[in-house]
Design a protein around this ligand. Structure first.
Ligand code: NAD
Length: 280
């Protein structure tokens, strides 16, 4: 029987630990504050932003909300970010992506001070991850490491295959697994003989953005499978990048969708926010 890795429970444990830590910081007179910026009213972004603010409230992190119209210029947004960079009452800055097309996301990511970059997207934090220095790590991959560790799944010395090389998931994920002493292979859209490679994996992490792409013939018996994908099917149910029903009987552990990787992203954002406060 496969272990079904319970991301909901693990993320709740992390949030409860953070709640205690934030209370301790408050006792010492330190407030923890996250600035949340949303430009436009994309419905999916609104849901993410609402969930992030709710998590802040639960943990005791103050959230300052900036809901800007779709017509906001790049200059106006960068000015707001600059003001928040210089505002000592703000510990973390989150600018919900994607941004409207007329705003250059790269400029915005680079505009956030690396010390307040709780998403871990700034090149300075990405560089720190590459060379093994301290810095903020992208929340979804950081959450996956927590899922593995808190499920007592050994990473050291294991063969890990990551499918996907995005800046937000695949690349930082492979670097984190390397940092944990796994032997890492990164696959992407140009990879040849994908199944032959994924079948070598003790730990297979799938961040490909294609519903139910990974079936049983991609997976070695007894492997651990982490599914980052999230898609809404025609019947309104959610599914991942892995065809869960076809794979579950073959693996030793697997994350479900929903309730696997998803809840960890916000928990790790909150973690980064508390770390940012402690760094001040
Ligand atoms: P992306 O589209 O930026 O990257 C997809 C990657 O998959 C690319 O690097 C590409 O090279 C690779 N790829 C595409 N087709 C391939 C193929 N046929 N064979 C091998 N590799 C292939 O996506 P992303 O932002 O990394 O997100 C991946 C998935 O994870 C999406 O479903 C997204 O919704 C989900 N996601 C979930 C969370 C969460 O909190 N659960 C967070 C971020 C992303």
């Amino acid at each position: 029987m496969a272990l079904i890795i319970d991301g909901k429970k693990i993320s709740q444990n992390i949030k409860d630990e953070l709640k205690e830590e934030v209370a301790r910081l408050k006792e010492q007179g330190t407030n923890c504050c996250l600035a949340v910026i949303q430009v436009g009213d994309d419905p999916a972004s609104s849901v993410y932003v609402r969930n992030k603010k709710r998590a802040c409230e639960y943990i005791g992190i103050e959230s300052k909300s900036f809901e800007l119209p779709e017509t906001t210029t790049e200059e106006e947004l960068l000015k707001l970010i600059d003001d928040l960079n210089n505002d000592d009452s703000v510990n973390g800055i989150l600018c919900q992506l994607p941004l409207p097309k007329h705003i250059d996301e790269d400029k915005v990511i680079k505009g956030i001070s690396p010390k307040k970059d709780v998403d871990g997207f700034h090149p300075q934090n990405v560089g720190a991850l590459v060379i093994g220095e301290k810095g903020f790590v992208s929340c979804t991959p950081a959450g996956i490491i927590q899922l593995l560790k808190r499920s007592n799944i050994e990473i050291d010395g294991k063969n890990c295959v990551v499918i996907g090389r995005s800046n937000i998931v695949g690349k930082p994920m492979s670097l984190l697994m390397l940092r944990e002493n796994a032997t890492v292979t990164v696959c992407h859209s140009h990879t040849k003989n994908l199944k032959e490679i994924t079948k070598q994996a003790d730990i297979l992490i799938v961040a490909i953005g294609k519903p139910k792409f990974v079936t049983e013939d991609f997976v070695k018996d007894g492997a651990v499978v982490i599914d980052v994908g999230i898609h809404r099917m025609e019947n309104k149910k959610l599914c991942g990048d892995v065809d869960y029903d076809k794979v579950v009987d073959k693996v030793s552990a697997i994350t479900p969708v929903p309730g696997g990787v998803g809840p960890m992203t916000i928990a790790m954002l909150m973690h980064n926010c508390v770390e940012a406060t402690k760094m001040f």
